[in-house]
Ligand binder design. Structure first.
Ligand code: ADP
Length: 374
């Protein structure tokens, strides 16, 4: 059987009209980011923000049309609202939107109803263990009795669903908002639920933003004490805009000893400072090697860099985790160590970090109340 191709998808979508504009959705340039892999098809329909609701019917029609093609196993069509025009005061050099008087904040930065604190877990580059840290911190917060959500904003390589043992698709009861997925008492939303897990997602900048806004505001998070956002790695424009658009109470920067040496962590710190998001602390991951056989500690890289750097930069050092296969195996298998080995030394380290972060979040709120009216 010949596999389905991008052309087949486009040809089928070209038969669907935008009812208002009277032209088909392909020639109107609304179809973006088509991905086809082994019968699994995903694409986005880019729409003007104000028309998002009325075009839900078109989205369903498009999904149906592709579903009916021979050889198609699954279809995911996501509506993404175009990025709103930049606010006049959105230049990063200037004051953050939320710093203005209450009620005058840019809508993009408005609080998320029911969510007390949103924190970002960020890193200067990929592969340093950012997602592992985000997930274990979330579980550690939860073990303190807090209501926690995890928003996997690492749209380029969403790994949170796997780490939390979640799969399938989120449910929508009203056709407009999504219910988060849930496991281990954590609520979770990830682009990974909306596109096939093994497909690297290629999004254009504005689409990343609108997808993030949808995951933040189009999801029924309910009451949360903390929403942990697993940011995409790096400190480029996409991350900067994200840091600007999400009403962050603070950020945690994860780095390895090598990346401290390469100043990536410092870049992350500067990025958040530019947009006036408090950096709550540094975490050094893969700090030293813990031998699974003899338990010996080996400093593969110059261990302790993050601590020294944090002191120099006036940022709190929250703690360190070694390079330990148990951390990798447990998170990659969907049973992160805080959950599966709660009495382990590493679980205790994550809990100590979460305790300290919670203290800072609550303390920070008393010191600088930020009331933003949506
Ligand atoms: P990032 O989000 O920064 O790209 P991940 O959290 O996905 O990084 O981690 C990358 C890989 O490294 C994963 O396989 C993860 O299990 C593993 N890993 C993360 N932290 C540790 C650690 N402290 N010890 C061993 N493996 C780790």
């Amino acid at each position: 059987m010949a596999g389905i191709s991008q052309q087949d998808v486009l040809a089928a979508l070209a038969k669907i009209n935008d009812p208002v504009k009277g032209k088909d959705i392909v020639s109107l340039g609304m179809i973006q980011g088509i991905q086809v892999r082994e019968g699994h098809v995903a694409f986005t329909i880019e729409v003007e923000r104000a028309r998002a609701n009325e075009l839900e019917a078109v989205r369903r029609e498009a999904e149906k049309a592709i579903e009916n093609l021979p050889g198609v196993l699954s279809v995911t069509a996501v509506l993404t609202a175009e990025k709103a025009p930049p606010a006049p005061h959105s230049r990063p050099e200037q004051r953050g939107a939320a710093a203005g008087p209450a009620g005058h904040a840019a809508p993009a930065k408005a609080a998320v109803a029911g969510v007390r604190f949103i924190i970002a877990v960020a890193s200067g580059k990929g592969g340093v263990g950012k997602s592992t840290t985000a997930v274990n911190l979330a579980l550690a917060f939860s073990s303190l009795g807090l209501k926690i959500g995890v928003l996997d904003a690492d749209i380029y390589g969403p790994s949170v669903p796997r780490m939390l043992g979640l799969s399938g698709k989120p449910n929508s009861r009203d056709g407009k908002t999504l219910d988060p997925m849930e496991n281990y008492s954590l609520k979770c939303m990830s682009m990974g639920f909306l596109v096939a897990e093994d497909t690297p997602t290629i999004w254009r900048g504005p689409m990343v933003m609108s997808a993030l806004q949808q995951m933040l505001r189009g999801v029924n998070w309910g009451e949360l004490d903390v929403l942990v956002v697993d940011m995409p790695p790096g400190t480029g424009d996409a991350q900067l805009t994200m840091a600007q658009q999400v009403p962050l109470a603070g950020a945690v920067i994860v780095s390895t000893p090598q990346d401290i040496a390469l100043l990536d962590a410092r870049k992350g710190l500067n990025m958040f400072r530019r947009v006036e998001v408090p950096v709550l602390g540094f975490i050094e991951n893969m700090s030293y090697f813990k031998c699974p056989h003899c338990g010996e500690h080996t400093n593969i890289f110059s261990h302790g860099g993050a601590k020294a750097e944090a002191a120099k930069l006036d940022v709190e050092f929250l703690g360190e985790l070694p390079l330990d296969i148990v951390i990798r195996e447990t998170s990659d298998e969907g049973h992160p160590i805080v959950l599966s080995q709660p009495d382990s030394e590493h679980a205790k380290t994550y809990r100590a970090m979460a305790t300290r972060l919670w203290e800072k979040l609550e303390g920070g709120q008393r010191a600088a109340p930020k009331i933003v009216i949506d």
